[in-house]
Design a protein around this ligand. Structure first.
Ligand code: SF4
Length: 303
């Protein structure tokens, strides 16, 4: 079966919910991902490793072979019965985009949201796709019933760079319009600046333009995260760098040789820059920005 250029494989799962044990996300206890693999095909996607479990190529197959968890609604109802009360918050889209194109046909994300609303289970969801607008009323009603928050992922307002790094994702301008429309529809919406790509999307000017655009569209910055490079993403990213930004390749190879994380010093400088820009662009919008160190002013973060 084909959808666009993706091969679709329908599977049955024992559970819809996965337990999350992450020190980095202590508030996240249960995740839900209707699809495995993602047609959006972002060059930097950390979830590529999930295809290796099925002896598929994390580089070539991740966006061209998408697994659909066709019995997700039944599995979710069963999981919620087992979990009982009080309902824990369910995090949707932690591994792959729940509004990638195949959702238009299977509507598993939409069905899951209806079940969560009817079962009074609070939820959060992250996506890059404008299809999320289809379910704005449903999200607003889930928010009124049990609590809901939405995060739109956006790493840059540079249209050409976004098209190159995120080849099958709606443009930054389209995602900003989604933020605006959902905020007007009463859906609590924020923007995740994640991942911030060293040397590609982290300059003072780029981040200022992005943060300004977010607040201009009635949104707010939810959080940011510096880029992490996991082993199964290396091949895809390094090939892209070699073609598009060869001067950055040695830095990426060296920096991520021993660890998946960006260096601590880089993360600190990045956090300070973003906090300062948030405080300057939207004073008082969040307490975190007020606690930021004073101006750093540098044009690069020390690559
Ligand atoms: S939208 Fe998210 S899950 Fe899909 S390829 Fe991009 S980063 Fe990966």
């Amino acid at each position: 079966m084909n959808s666009g250029h993706a091969r679709i494989i329908e599977i049955d799962v024992k559970s819809a919910l996965n337990k999350v044990n992450s020190a980095r996300a202590p508030d996240m206890r249960w995740s839900l991902n209707p699809y495995r693999g993602c047609k959006h095909g972002c060059i930097y996607c950390y979830a590529r490793y999930t295809h290796a479990f099925f002896e598929l190529d994390p580089d070539a197959d991740f966006s061209s072979t998408v697994f659909v968890k066709r019995n997700l609604p039944e599995a979710l109802r069963r999981d919620l019965r087992k979990l009982g009360w009080p309902r824990p918050r369910i995090s949707i889209g932690t591994a792959t985009d729940p509004y990638q194109p195949i959702e238009g046909r299977y509507r598993l994300t939409q069905t899951a949201l209806k079940i969560l609303r009817d079962q009074l289970a609070p939820a959060s969801l992250i996506t890059k796709n404008t299809m999320v607008l289809r379910d704005a009323d449903l999200m607003a009603s889930l928010h009124r019933a049990a609590g809901f928050s939405l995060c739109i992922s956006l790493i840059t307002v540079d249209e050409a760079l976004a098209r190159s790094l995120e080849p099958d994702v709606p443009s930054p301008a389209q995602r900003l319009r989604v933020v605006q429309e959902l905020a007007r529809a009463g859906v609590p919406v924020s923007v995740a600046i994640a991942p911030v790509m060293p040397g590609l999307t982290d300059s003072e000017t780029q981040l200022r333009d992005l943060i300004q655009a977010i607040y201009d569209h009635g949104g707010r910055v939810g959080y940011h995260q510096s880029f992490k490079l996991y082993p199964d993403t290396r091949k895809t990213l390094f090939a892209w760098l070699e073609r598009k930004r060869p001067h950055l390749l040695p830095w990426y190879r060296r920096t991520y040789a021993a660890s998946s994380d960006a260096p601590r010093a880089y993360e600190r400088r990045l956090a300070a820059r973003i906090a300062r820009l948030r405080a300057a662009i939207a004073p008082g919008a969040d307490a975190q920005a007020q606690a930021a160190p004073p101006a750093a002013g540098q044009l690069s973060l020390g690559l």
